[in-house]
Write a protein that binds this ligand. Structure first.
Ligand SMILES: Cc1ncc(COP(=O)(O)O)c(C=O)c1O
Length: 458
């Protein structure tokens, strides 16, 4: 393993730090994060990474909260919260009162999906690449009365953006053309902007346009969007609902996410989850209409608000680094170059040779037979070998009959990190196969709980 000399960490808080020039991207930028000096992190996409200046903001804010919880919660918190909404709204090109802050993408999507009032015959559309728990949410909603039908769009890589658009249009056409006995059938399509496994930037803007034309409601899982996908102008793209984690690619503290609901759709959201005390029930004697969208989300039970409020500090940090385009240009170029390097080292291929699906995550085939079933046990062996033995991390998964690894590139990574990962993966693959064959010989059916889409991982 290549030993990386740890760069010296900033000894000053954000205010002083931001008067200085930021470090060059690459290993010098490790000084801005709290990683163990031996850790080679190529898995930022799973859980995000908290930048030290953002952490310093969180620590200061925690001091302020704890110095007088009543004052903070009853008086000050809402001003911070509204300021964050204002800033994020500008970044994604929408009105402030169309954005609220939620704990994470799962929470935001569950809130949207569970606010629809379905009728028998309504349809939910997911995809084979939909994130595991989100797909389970669709299944759960289909499992409970009035049992909307779940229709799954088959998305297999390698493919092309043009083919996805064409197939999706056809899928939607087939759904809208089938007869609708109830009259006004609702179709809700859950679309990833950037899928998790594989890590792939999907043509979601075109898919939203297809939905709009067909009268289908689009709900966008943008868990990986803010901070990875620049030039988000949601007012122009016009998704019906959109959620993005900020603790992944924007560098805020875990968990923090933005839920965007344009004014035209706010009437769908009757309640946040959990329901707040400010909810208006039509059965209230003084009912004068539903509660305002933003007010529903201001207090949904006691939480630590610091992660949500760190979104503004994360934006300050990114501005100091040079802004969204500079950050994304570096991480994208490294994803392309690093993917090539890893594929060469492993003697395999990248999933997306043209780069059309690649922003800052790249998928490389693993030197494993596709006959090896995807199982929790196998993934555990992989994860443990990388994390515990090699102090590195990237997400292994099985897709379309082959094994792959997804690498996330960040401002602290350099091409040599892919060499560390290559060594670790080469080490893990035989262990994995050996373990698998001995387990298989013990019990032929021990891998029956397999999933082919990496749904157990983030
Ligand atoms: C595409 C996608 N959707 C949803 C999620 C869920 O995010 P969270 O666990 O922060 O709710 C993830 C997490 O990695 C994801 O990759």
């Amino acid at each position: 393993m290549t030993a990386t000399k740890p760069p010296s960490r900033p000894s000053v808080g954000p205010t002083e730090l931001y008067k200085t020039l930021p470090p060059a991207f690459g290993h010098d930028a490790l000084a801005l994060f709290g990683f163990n000096p031996n850790y080679v992190n190529l898995n930022h996409g799973s859980y995000g990474s908290l930048a030290l200046p953002v952490r310093a903001f969180c620590d200061e804010l925690t001091d302020e909260v704890e110095s007088n919880p009543d004052k903070f919660i009853r008086i000050d918190c809402i001003h911070y919260w509204n300021r964050v909404r204002e800033r994020v709204a500008k970044l994604i090109g929408v009105e402030t009162d169309e954005c609220v802050i939620v704990n994470n993408t799962s929470h935001g999507l569950a809130t949207v999906l569970r606010n629809f009032i379905f009728k028998e015959g309504d349809i939910l559309v997911g995809a084979t690449t939909t994130y595991g728990s989100v797909y389970q949410t669709l299944k759960y909603i289909a499992d409970i009365p009035p049992h909307p039908i779940l229709s799954t769009f088959n998305l297999q890589f390698p493919t092309s953006r043009a083919k996805i658009i064409q197939d999706f249009e056809e899928h939607i056409k087939q759904l809208t053309e089938t007869s609708d006995a109830t009259g006004a059938r609702k179709i809700v399509a859950l679309i990833d902007s950037i899928a998790s496994h594989p890590g792939a930037f999907l043509p979601w803007r075109e898919m939203v346009a297809i939905c709009r034309k067909a009268g289908v409601i689009s709900v966008i899982d943008g868990a990986h969007s803010i901070g990875q996908e620049a030039d988000l102008n949601l007012s122009e793209i016009r998704p019906d609902f959109w959620v993005s984690n900020c603790h992944k690619w924007l560098f805020s503290k875990r968990g923090s996410a933005i839920l965007y609901v344009p004014k035209r759709n706010q009437h769908f959201i009757k309640s946040s989850i959990p329901t707040p005390v400010t909810y208006h029930s039509p059965h209230d004697s003084d009912y004068q209409g539903p509660q305002e969208f933003v007010k529903l989300f201001e207090w949904t039970g006691t939480i630590d608000y610091v992660p949500q409020l760190s979104i503004g500090a994360a934006m300050d940090f990114r501005e100091w680094l040079g802004g969204e385009h500079k950050i994304n240009a570096y991480t994208h170029a490294l994803a392309i170059a690093g993917g090539k390097r890893l594929a060469e080292r492993l003697g395999t291929d990248v999933m997306d040779p043209t780069g059309e699906f690649t922003l800052s995550m790249v998928n490389v085939e693993l030197p494993l037979s596709g006959d090896v079933e995807s199982t929790d046990e196998v993934l555990q062996i992989f994860t443990h070998t990388l994390i515990l033995q090699w102090q590195t991390s990237a997400a292994a998964f099985k897709h379309n009959g082959k094994w792959w690894v997804r690498c996330s590139t960040q401002i602290w990574n350099e091409i040599s990190d892919f060499d560390v990962l290559a060594n670790a993966l080469k080490d893990a693959s035989p262990i994995h196969l050996h373990a698998l064959s001995s387990m298989n010989s013990l019990n032929d059916h021990s891998f029956g709980c397999s999933s082919d889409n990496g749904r157990h991982q983030t």
